[in-house]
Design a protein around this ligand. Structure first.
Ligand SMILES: [Zn+2]
Length: 155
């Protein structure tokens, strides 16, 4: 008989995530359509989403800081492969977005603009899900593009 070279099988991974102090505050704020990070008391960087500690300084982050809601696309990719169970037409853009006041970009989908018009420096704002619990995607604000020097350290 021919050797088995491929098997298609269902896979499932269940897990329980405990967000901890910093992420709990972040998630609670998202439920109010606010985005909060935490500032490192040593280097003053603002991390969003917060992890509870600064990976550079190794100290706990304690000061909660509101950021955004608008931000700047620092880099992006065009997604051409449709994900199973995801109702998003391809191609679409997934980007790193530096929210105003944050020192680390987060990632999100860009909508409201043709994929081939997304660019570094594009100013965007969140569009919240119908239940308002988190941004579904980010759309252009209509502001002029940010100057490269304003986000070059966040790429
Ligand atoms: Zn630090």
């Amino acid at each position: 008989p021919d050797p088995v070279t491929r098997i298609v099988t269902e896979a499932r991974l269940d897990y329980t995530h405990t967000p901890g102090r910093a992420q709990s505050a972040h998630l609670a704020a998202l439920g109010e359509q606010r985005i909060v990070g935490e500032r490192c008391p040593s280097c003053r960087k603002v991390y969003v989403p917060p992890r509870g500690a600064c990976p550079t300084c190794g100290v706990a982050t304690t000061d909660r800081v509101g950021v955004g809601p608008a931000g700047t696309v620092t880099t992006f990719c065009i997604v051409n492969i449709k994900a199973r169970n995801l109702d998003i037409d391809v191609p679409y853009v997934y980007a790193h977005i530096a929210l105003d006041g944050a020192d680390l970009p987060l990632h999100g989908r860009i909508g409201g603009i043709p994929y081939d018009q997304v660019r570094m420096g594009l100013r965007v704002e969140p569009v919240w899900t119908a239940d308002g619990r988190h941004p579904d995607h980010y759309r252009p604000t209509g502001e002029p593009d940010a100057a490269y020097d304003s986000y070059k350290e966040l790429i």
